[in-house]
Each structure stands twice: as C-alpha cells, then as structure tokens.
Ligand binder design. Structure first.
Ligand code: F6P
Length: 514
C-alpha cells in the first residue's frame, strides 16, 4: 500500500498491493520482462565504469516491480561498458548497488539498431500508431531485422522462462515476439504485453506495412493491454478487419485465433505519486528552484513543459499558442515565463532532427518578438535534472502545458499533478493524450487549434483560486488512486487470473476495471 504522506487521496492505491505482495502473489512462477530499453546501463567514465539509470517512464516504472519480484529482465545492452560487467550468460545483477533481479543483455549490431530500432520500430510502428502516416518510412531491411531481432529476444526468453512463469513483453518493439515465443516456450508459460503507445483506428492501421503480421504476432499473447479503452477497441477492430479466421468478442474483449484466446484489455499506467509528492516537498527541490529561478530571472508566474523532443508532443503548436497569448494579452509580457525542459531523442532520424530545429526556431521567434532586457518569455533547457529538481520545477510552476498531438498516456501530466503538494497548479492538457481520459479536471485543449489553446492558457491563468484548488485536489486523487502500484497490480492480477484459469476456458473478469 502506498504511504499517503501528502494527504492526497484518502483511500489511495486502487491495487492495494505492495511490492512484497506481488512477489508472493506470483508464487512459484517467475516473471520475465522483455523491453527494448534497459533500466541500467554501464558506461565508461575515463578508466572507470559508471552506472546510468534510464529515466524513461517504462523502465522507471518496472524497476521497482522487478526489485520486488526478483525475476529476469531482458533488454538491449546499449551502454559502451555493458559487456565488461556481464557474466558468461550476458547477465548482470540489478540494481547494481542492491541486486534484486537479473538483467540479461542482448547485443545488437549497428545494422540491427538502425533497422529494428530506428527503422521499423520508430519509422513505421511509431508514426502509424501516432496516426502520422506521412512520416512512415519503410525499407525491406527494416522489416527483416525487426523480425530477426524479435527472434533473438525470444531466444533469450527461452533461456530464462520456465513453465508457469509470466513473460511480460513491453511496447511496440516486440510485436512479433509473442507469436514466435508461443511456438517455443512451454504451454503453461503465460505471455502478456503492454502496448505503451496508442493503437490507431483501422482506417489508419490499414496503411501499416506488414500490418497483418503485426496483428498475428500480438495475438500470440494470452493478455494484451493498452492504456485506454479506445486503443483496445481500435485494436479489436483492426483484428476483425485484417485477420482472417479471427473471432472477436467485443463484450469480453477476447480474440479467438489459431486455436487460442487472447484477452485484450485496458490498464491506464500511473506514476509513483507518493514518491513524487515527497520529492516535491524536499529541501533539494526547494534549493533547486531558488537557484533556477534566480539564474533565469523567471517572471512571477511560470508555466512548464517537460518533453522528449518528439513530433508527437505538440511543442511547436504550444509555442504558437503562447505567442498568440502574449500578442493578445500584452499585460502578461514580463509576467509569465514558459520553461521548456526537453530531452533529445532518436536524433538519427530525420523527422526528429527537423522537429528539434523547428522547436529551436519557435523559441527564438517568440523570444525575439517579445523578449526584453530583463525578461525571456521562453526558457528552454536540455540539461538532465535530478528527480528532486524536476519535482521542484513541477511544484513551483503555476501551470503545466502538456499538448501532445497524440500520446499513449503522457506520464508527465501525472507527474505534474502528483507534485502539486500545495494543490494550486493548473494542468492544461491535450485531449489527444491517453491521460485526457483519466484526468477529467484538467483544462482540455486541442493542440492544433491555436485560438482555443490560447483561450485555455487565459482560462488557466485567471481561474479563481477556489476552482483551481478544487480541480487540483480532484486530479491528485485520481493520480494517486491510479498510481504505478495500481497499474502493476491490474496487470499482474489479470495475468495470474488467466494463468490459474488456463485450461478452464475462462476469460478475465472485467469487473472493477477503470
Ligand atoms: O512512449 C513509448 C516509449 O517507449 C516510452 O516507454 C519511453 O519512455 C519512450 O518511448 C522513449 O523512447 P526511446 O526508448 O526510443 O528513447
């Protein structure tokens, strides 16, 4: 049970499980997680080897689960010193300072990284799933290596998974692996997958190269989960349209295909809300904020955005809305600073280079147009900051502008809410993010409707205090009740229910689902 140290959400933690409970509940069967990113990488620091913790939502979220359950995590070993520290089976104990599970590293050649990661994963599946068909680039080698890399990960699964274990694939890098694994592992091994990005409507997915094979691959899972109901429905509609012989039952969310049944469901991912609130209230957070505010000479009112620099995040659209806001509201010039903390991502791909350049141009344009000697409208920085500093940035920002054009969930929106220990911030959120289905007291925007986005910024900045606080209290309750522990419990309970029912033909009870 999460400690309710901040007063948010009296009956917090819908799942009600602690890490120890998960370990006990999984019982004799172990857990094998498969993801592209590894939670820890080893890198050279001069002659020394340093450990880097990967900050992405997926790895940060699953690491505590693995620490508690103690299974095996299979992932791409992308650190330059990763090979130095593994044993003869390519395994290393993790976390390095306090081992709780085994990290099995998969080595990928440059060609494999180019074709499987930068290629099929991020230039075919990512844009398709974000409904960005014009950004799809496909080469034969992308598809071929996507398949062979999926096979290589499955070979590692064979090394570690035993009958009765749960194998949990993560995300769009492994759409083929479940069907391959189904042929190779014991029938009693449960295969499940969480798809962390959106699933598009059939009319978009039908543009996906090798789409039918992708669907068939995913139907190798016993359990397949998405963040929100509309992605699940989209997936079921795609299967119905494209996979001959698949029988879809929309009511139970099951697909019968090739003599097997896949349960398809939705479990909204959450954040470690209590930990974030504690960090937001920490001395380190306060010290960071004092220094940061002075260094950048921030205005009295601050808006924040924290993003991976991806075309799906709607950052140029946000800058346009801010530009229009300052144009329409000259009295806010000098009174509001927008702080953008962006992290570079997938920069080998042309579309990512382009979006980074567009964002820089947008920042320059707004600052050139409105900036003065003592006020910079947009403060954009790329530095990595500690979790405490980030929580301090969230806590002290009067509003967050989270405006993806399409986003599976968006955990930044939830982190911002979790850090509002004073209950006084306003969340401006795109209705195109999965988080929009959960966080119903946010000020909703359509990121590409610049006028309405500008109106929303005005509304957020002038909202009466009582309304602001009531909305934020409500949001905090939602984020705390649907936190990471609750998400993990939903996934693992569903897996165990299916495992226990296997052979009985039972499907997962949808009762109590969000
Ligand atoms: O949103 C999907 C996702 O895979 C996240 O899980 C992850 O944090 C993010 O994209 C980062 O992507 P990459 O591993 O390509 O840097």
């Amino acid at each position: 049970m999460s400690n309710n140290t901040t007063g948010a959400g009296d009956d917090a933690d819908r799942g009600g499980e602690s890490s120890t409970d998960w370990a006990e509940a999984i019982g004799d069967g172990g857990l094998v997680v498969v993801s592209n990113r590894q939670p820890y990488s080893h890198t050279y620091d001069g002659d020394d080897i340093a450990v880097e913790v990967h900050a992405g939502g997926l790895t940060a979220g699953l690491d505590p689960v693995m620490q508690a359950v103690g299974g095996t995590w299979i992932a791409w070993g992308d650190g330059d010193a990763d090979r130095e520290v593994v044993d003869e089976n390519d395994c290393v104990a993790a976390p390095p300072e306090d081992p709780g599970y085994t990290l099995r590293r998969i080595w990928l050649s440059d060609e494999e990284v180019d074709d499987y990661y930068y290629g099929f994963s991020n230039q075919v599946l990512w844009p398709i799933c974000h409904s960005a068909l014009t950004r799809v680039n496909e080469w034969q080698s992308y598809w071929e290596r996507y398949r062979t890399v999926n096979e290589r990960f499955v070979e590692a699964v064979e090394d570690h998974a035993e009958a009765g274990d749960i194998v949990w694939f993560q995300d769009y890098h492994f759409a083929l692996a479940p069907a391959i694994a189904r042929e190779r592992v014991d029938d009693e091994t449960l295969l499940m997958q969480f798809w962390h990005i959106p699933w598009p409507a059939w009319d978009t997915f039908r543009g996906c190269p090798h789409g039918e094979a992708i669907l068939e691959g995913l139907l190798g899972n016993d359990l397949l989960a998405f963040h929100v109901a509309r992605y699940r429905e989209n997936f079921l509609a795609c299967v119905e349209a494209a996979v001959d012989d698949a029988v879809v039952d929309h009511e139970t969310g099951t697909v019968s295909y090739d003599g097997r049944t896949t349960q398809v469901t939705e479990f909204p991912m959450g954040v470690q809300a209590d930990e974030i609130a504690e960090r937001a209230a920490s001395e380190e957070a306060a010290a960071f904020w004092d220094e940061f505010r002075a260094e950048y000479d921030l205005a009295d009112t601050v808006a924040v955005g924290v993003d991976r620099l991806d075309y799906s995040k709607g950052i140029p659209e946000r800058l346009r809305a801010l530009e229009q806001f300052w144009e329409r509201n000259p009295e806010w010039r000098g009174e509001l600073t927008y702080v953008e903390n962006g992290s570079e991502s997938r920069s080998q791909i042309r579309a990512y280079q382009d979006i980074q350049a567009r964002i820089e141009e947008g920042v320059e344009r707004v600052n050139d147009r409105f900036g003065t000697d003592d006020w910079t409208p947009v403060v954009s920085f790329r530095d990595y900051i500690s979790k405490e500093a980030l929580a301090g940035l969230y806590r002290n920002s009067d509003l967050a502008l989270i405006s993806p054009i399409r986003d599976g969930m968006n955990l930044v929106a939830q982190e911002y809410v979790a850090a509002q220990v004073d209950d006084d911030g306003v969340l401006v959120l795109s209705d195109q993010a999965g988080a929009g289905s959960l966080l119903d007291a946010a000020v909703m925007v359509k990121p590409q409707d610049t006028c309405a986005f500008t109106d929303a910024i005005e509304e957020a900045l002038t909202m009466p205090e009582a309304e602001r606080r009531a909305r934020m209290r409500h949001l905090r309750r939602q984020v705390t009740e649907n936190d990471l522990a609750a998400w993990t419990a939903l996934n693992l309970k569903a897996a165990m229910a299916l495992r226990d029912a296997s052979g009985s033909g039972a499907t997962l009870s949808m009762e109590g689902q969000p």
